[in-house]
Design a protein around this ligand. Structure first.
Ligand SMILES: NC(=O)c1ccc[n+]([C@@H]2O[C@H](COP(=O)([O-])OP(=O)(O)OC[C@H]3O[C@@H](n4cnc5c(N)ncnc54)[C@H](OP(=O)(O)O)[C@@H]3O)[C@@H](O)[C@H]2O)c1
Length: 314
């Protein structure tokens, strides 16, 4: 007598059940706060293991987590490749395994790409709600890939910007982005043009050297720095890192994985979860950077959300 085999929930089903990233906000806020509460918060999550695939310029990340509040146990397996020869293959591909925490049985295998895109954008939105200046009018996105779209969707759903700007290394993809999304977007010829005067900036590129410079940034702006997830990769220059108040998702991860944090020597002010718990202030009147690396527990709560919605429909 074997146990019930795990269900497979593919990308389309995940998208259907997740609906909108904003639906994840309450669970993600709780998970971030629980993570920053240490052992009392009931989140068990090591810094991820990242295995390089040097021959092909790729990486395999293994991201396990257990959340007591959700009673959910998952691990995400994510690959990311810097220089793909075949551009029809996404640079990031992910799978989430969801287990029954009471006995270790594998219950579901979920496509992790949509989960990654949506939960990352939702966490940036949480940071932005807390850290952006009052009366923010201009949103600037640097990059035009998967994360640019998920960030655009939740940012324009939750906030009211008068203007949205985009810059991308390959201009055609920025033009394509502007014609694909639901509202008006100004395509800028340079990153500097896009950033100048912006109140909220999102960096979502695979850059390995800085694309955003402190010189260009309006005092009081808020930056969500989402790319540069290796210890020797950068998106932000030293000036911006050192002259901003720096928030991270996980201190341990930032000091292990983030080139922007490690190489600039910038001091970490707080984890986002500490702000959510009220143990650290948000300081929205200052120039703020949220350095996002993405945490396994974010995938745990998102995968549980999808699995519960899928189960309710079956
Ligand atoms: N923090 C988190 O939780 C989290 C989660 C997932 C992903 N990420 C990170 O977010 C970033 C974007 O991911 P994605 O899935 O959107 O990737 P994607 O779909 O492959 O898009 C990559 C974007 O980066 C641009 N780019 C690539 N190399 C560049 C360079 N050297 N300089 C400037 N721009 C460059 C690309 O421009 P072209 O159009 O010119 O190629 C494209 O706009 C990645 O760094 C990824 O690792 C973070």
């Amino acid at each position: 007598m074997g146990s019930t085999p795990p269900v497979f929930i593919g990308a389309e089903e995940v998208e259907k059940h997740l609906q909108r990233a904003s639906l994840l906000l309450p669970a993600l806020e709780a998970a971030l706060a629980n993570f920053s509460a240490g052992a009392a918060g009931g989140v068990v999550q090591p810094v991820r293991t990242v295995l390089p695939v040097p021959r092909h310029g790729g990486y395999l990340g293994v991201m396990p987590a257990y959340s007591a509040a959700d009673d959910a146990l998952t691990t995400k397996l994510v690959t990311f490749y810097e220089h793909l020869k075949d551009s029809s293959v996404p640079s990031h591909q992910a799978t989430v395994l969801l287990f029954d925490p009471s006995n270790g049985t594998l219950k579901a295998v979920l496509d992790g790409s949509v989960i990654t895109a949506e939960r990352t954008a939702a966490v940036s939105a949480i940071a932005t709600k807390l850290l952006m200046p009052a009366f923010a009018e201009v949103l600037c996105i640097l990059g035009a890939g998967v994360q640019a779209y998920s960030h655009y969707d939740i940012f324009t759903e939750l906030f009211t910007f008068k203007e949205v700007r985009i810059w991308n290394r390959t201009k055609e993809r920025a033009v394509q982005f502007a014609s694909a999304v639901s509202g008006p977007v100004r395509v800028c010829a340079s990153a500097q043009e896009a950033v100048t005067g912006a109140d909220v900036i999102v960096t979502v590129t695979m850059a390995t050297t800085p694309i955003l410079f402190g010189d260009w940034v309006k005092p009081g702006a808020h930056i969500n720095a989402v790319g540069a997830s290796r210890p020797d990769w950068r998106e932000l220059d030293d000036e911006l890192m050192k002259n901003s108040v720096l928030f991270v998702d996980s201190r341990d991860a930032a000091l292990t994985e983030s080139g922007d944090v490690i190489l600039s020597g910038a001091e970490i002010f707080a984890e986002l979860g500490e702000v959510l718990k009220g143990t650290k202030p948000a300081l929205p009147e200052k120039t703020t950077v949220f350095k996002s690396l993405g945490m396994a527990v974010e995938d745990t709560v998102a995968a549980k959300f999808v699995y519960d919605a899928w189960s309710a429909g079956n």
